[in-house]
Write a protein that binds this ligand. Structure first.
Ligand SMILES: [Zn+2]
Ligand SMILES: [Zn+2]
Length: 277
């Protein structure tokens, strides 16, 4: 049983309205032992919506210190962050994590060449394959200039946003689909790059919530990660609301054991502790 959720948003993220206390109360109901908040910090997010995906790190870390203290007998609360990576941001990101201490850092690609694949503009004048290749390539570029994160987040997140115009929504839940073999060389380079910096990847159950039929990344990508020597995985729901905390976590242990994993990691002060699946 997984008693820790390591990808959780609160109202500090501009796309969540959930007070931290509500997420904590839900974690207590679920019997969790650890809850790691990982609110969004996406510097230079394109001006396409009302969201800026930024928060005040002082207010955030102060609030989390208070909550850690208040709940410490019942739940361990961790201070994490989900950094939106883009190659030109590396100095700003380094300064942030130097000035504030985080237990756990997820690096994620949300914006690729100044466009968020959530919006159709990203997909203009591109084939489905070009859009996906551009996304995976961004992970390699980001890692090369900034690798002070612990795990790379939802590495095949792009698949959620493949538009219907390609007529390829044949996957589970009517979503687009892909396979590791279609992008084998590129995905190998992605995984090897992450591993070369001693970093891990996350298993993000929001894929199941979005109807993909699998958590991010797909099983064949996780299998390849394991083959390449990848052991470090963390597990998170990417919940933005209390009811999505630990989304479908009950199926994750068997899913991962079938792929050969025996452990997942939780982090405290930037260091992994391995827990049995
Ligand atoms: Zn994300
Ligand atoms: Zn997230």
């Amino acid at each position: 049983m997984i008693l820790a959720d390591y990808h959780v948003h609160s109202e500090f993220s501009s796309d969540s309205q959930a007070p931290m206390e509500q997420m904590i109360e839900r974690a207590l109901q679920l019997g969790l032992k650890k809850l790691c908040f990982t609110d969004h910090m996406d510097y230079d997010y394109p001006q396409v919506s009302d969201h800026n995906f930024l928060f005040d790190p002082k207010a955030y870390t102060t609030k989390l210190s208070e909550l850690k203290e208040r709940y410490h007998k019942r739940l361990e609360i961790l201070t994490g962050i989900e950094l939106g990576l883009q190659p030109h941001l590396h100095k700003q990101l380094k300064a942030l994590i130097k000035d504030y201490s985080f237990d756990f850092i997820i690096g994620s690609s949300h914006v690729v060449n100044h466009f968020d694949p959530y919006y159709l503009e990203y997909w203009e004048n591109k084939t489905k394959e070009q859009g996906i290749v551009e996304y995976f390539t961004s992970i390699i570029h980001n890692c090369k200039v900034f690798h002070d994160f612990n795990v790379y987040g939802h590495i095949d997140y792009i698949i959620r946003y493949v538009p219907e115009k390609y007529g390829d929504h044949t996957g589970v839940g009517g979503m687009a689909d892909y396979s590791y073999h279609d992008y084998r060389d590129l995905l190998d380079e992605v995984l090897k790059t992450i591993l070369s910096y001693g970093k891990g990847i996350e298993v993000n159950s929001a894929g199941l919530k979005y109807g993909l039929g699998y958590p991010h990344p797909k099983a064949d990508v996780l299998r390849r990660y394991k083959e390449l020597g990848g052991e470090l995985i963390t597990i998170g729901s990417d919940a933005h609301k209390p009811e999505h905390l630990c989304y479908d976590f009950h199926i994750i242990p068997d899913f991962l054991k079938d792929l050969g994993f025996r452990y997942y990691a939780v982090f405290r002060e930037g260091k992994p502790v391995y827990e049995k699946l």
